[in-house]
Design a protein around this ligand. Structure first.
Ligand code: NAD
Length: 453
């Protein structure tokens, strides 16, 4: 069985003991083991990063850029291999990994003015990790990165590319392990003044509490429960098709998924009928099959959480329009963590299922009558990451976009992104912006020097 090693000071370093099982979620079986690193490994990695910082921060930008382009080129030449590994490790469809995760990871290294960070989640493993590493090293910082313990494989494979591309030792150190142990040791380390974190809001709060007394510079990209607001004067077919993607892409495991759908009453029934019909057509299954649109959820525990919300919806009086249960497949996938795309109606927008982040293929659909009501409904949530607004009336979309309290608004689209524009949330969705110059601001510090003449 494949055993991963930490990557410290440019070398792969094995642990003597303590490994964590890593599952292939589509078959529900262990297929690799990752190091259960502790404070000791974090200390070694921080020391290596500190040693490297002296030289790397003084290396000319052009040299740093050359190495980063080399990393991107090698990664691109291995796109299929990385996409397959990401699909196996995370459960996402191979198609999604090939078209989104890995190309965006490559792009991150070719646009040094991108986002940067140290601790990443499992839903878009390599993409979100590289979105942090690239601007960090472009700015001349060095780093210790800790990917999610659920998805360490492509981060591990990337370390090999760092070596091949000639990245000086210690510039990027990768320590694998669980959050409360390796993650906490990294966040509380006194010699790590910058913490960039993407993950859940509860973890973000804990992390912020650790960083506050140490006055660390912190960027927090946290959870979301995003509204998708559909007015009667929208381009109907486009709104339905895109809402399906926004709801169920990557099994609904994207912080930007549109999981609270508000539809104007005059087209509510028509929308629901069409949306449910299309949700039923989505093929759930083997992530490597090109026909598959919904792969496996990350873990059994997460699948139970998602199914728990569906049960809660029933108790809250919700109607399950389609889906509603685990998808049982045959053969090698019989123990995989698959859940049917689920559409819930007849539920108050203020109930838990419509308010809390489920992070699975589950959406609620609600009618509204006026523009004011739509804005109130969209804003009635603890999160403020993104939203989509559908209408062909330019003045209306502008009014609504300005009134909804989120960091990112899509008008008549979803997931259209230039990775250089500022990205981040308000309210419980986080603090700070990443992307383009906003990432560079995070990884650098301004200083005023006044000279007497
Ligand atoms: P999580 O918070 O459980 O874990 C995220 C990372 O934090 C992991 O690497 C984990 O090991 C680490 N961690 C956990 N406890 C820690 C601690 N005490 N100290 C330091 N590190 C710790 O999140 P997850 O379940 O991996 O990811 C899903 C969440 O991420 C969802 O809420 C989703 O919305 C959010 N997310 C947000 C964005 C965004 O850009 N806003 C993007 C993707 C995912």
């Amino acid at each position: 069985m494949l055993k991963l090693s930490n990557f410290i000071g440019g070398e792969f370093v094995s642990l003597q003991e303590n490994y964590i099982d890593s599952y292939d979620p589509s078959i529900g079986k262990v297929y690799a083991q990752i190091p259960d690193s502790s404070e000791h490994e974090i200390n070694l990695a921080v020391e290596a990063a500190q040693r490297a910082f002296h030289t790397w921060s003084k290396t000319p930008c052009s040299t740093r850029a050359q190495i980063m382009y080399r990393i991107a080129d090698i990664l691109e030449s291995k796109l299929d291999e990385f996409a397959l590994a990401e699909s196996r490790d995370q459960g996402k469809t191979l198609e999604f990994a090939k078209n989104a995760d890995i190309p965006r990871s490559i792009y991150n290294f070719r646009s040094p003015l991108g986002v940067a960070g140290l601790i990443s989640p499992w839903n878009l493993p390599l993409y979100l990790l590289t979105w942090k590493i690239a601007p960090c090293i472009a700015a001349g910082c060095t780093c210790v990165a800790k990917p999610s313990e659920f998805t360490s494989m492509t981060a591990y494979m990337l370390c090999d590319i760092f070596k091949q591309a000639g990245l000086p030792e210690g510039v990027v150190n990768m320590v694998f392990g669980i959050g409360p142990k390796a993650g906490q040791a990294l966040v509380s380390h006194p010699k790590v003044p910058l913490i960039s974190f993407t993950g859940g809001t509860v973890t973000g709060k804990k992390l912020y509490e650790t960083c506050a007394p140490l006055f660390k510079k912190v960027s927090l990209e946290l959870g979301g429960k995003n509204a998708n607001v559909i007015f009667e004067d929208c381009d109907f077919e486009k709104a339905v098709d895109t809402s399906i993607r926004a709801a169920f892409s990557n099994q609904g495991e994207i912080c930007l998924c549109g999981s609270r759908i508000f539809v104007q009453k005059s087209i509510y029934e028509k929308f629901l009928e069409s949306f449910v019909a299309k949700a039923r057509q989505l093929v759930v299954g083997d992530p490597r099959d090109p026909k598959t649109k919904v792969g496996a959820l990350i873990s059994e525990q997460h699948m139970e959480k998602v199914l728990g919300y569906i049960e809660l919806a029933k108790q809250e009086g919700g109607v399950i329009e389609c889906g509603g249960k685990r998808k049982q497949l045959d053969g090698e996938f019989s123990d995989g963590y698959f859940v049917e795309p689920t559409v819930i109606t007849n539920i108050s927008p203020s109930c838990r299922v419509a308010q809390e982040e489920i992070f699975g293929p589950v959406v609620t659909v609600h009618p509204f009558e006026t523009e004011e009501e739509a804005i109130d409904l969209a804003n009635d949530n603890q999160y403020g990451l993104s939203c989509s607004v559908w209408s062909e009336n330019g003045k209306r979309v502008r009014r609504v976009a300005e009134s909804i309290k989120v960091g990112y608004v899509w008008i008549n689209c979803w997931m259209v992104r230039d990775l250089r524009v500022p990205f981040g949330g308000v309210k419980q969705s986080g603090i700070g912006r990443e992307g383009g110059e906003y990432s560079m601001n995070f990884f650098t510090e301004m200083k005023s020097i006044c000279m007497a003449n």
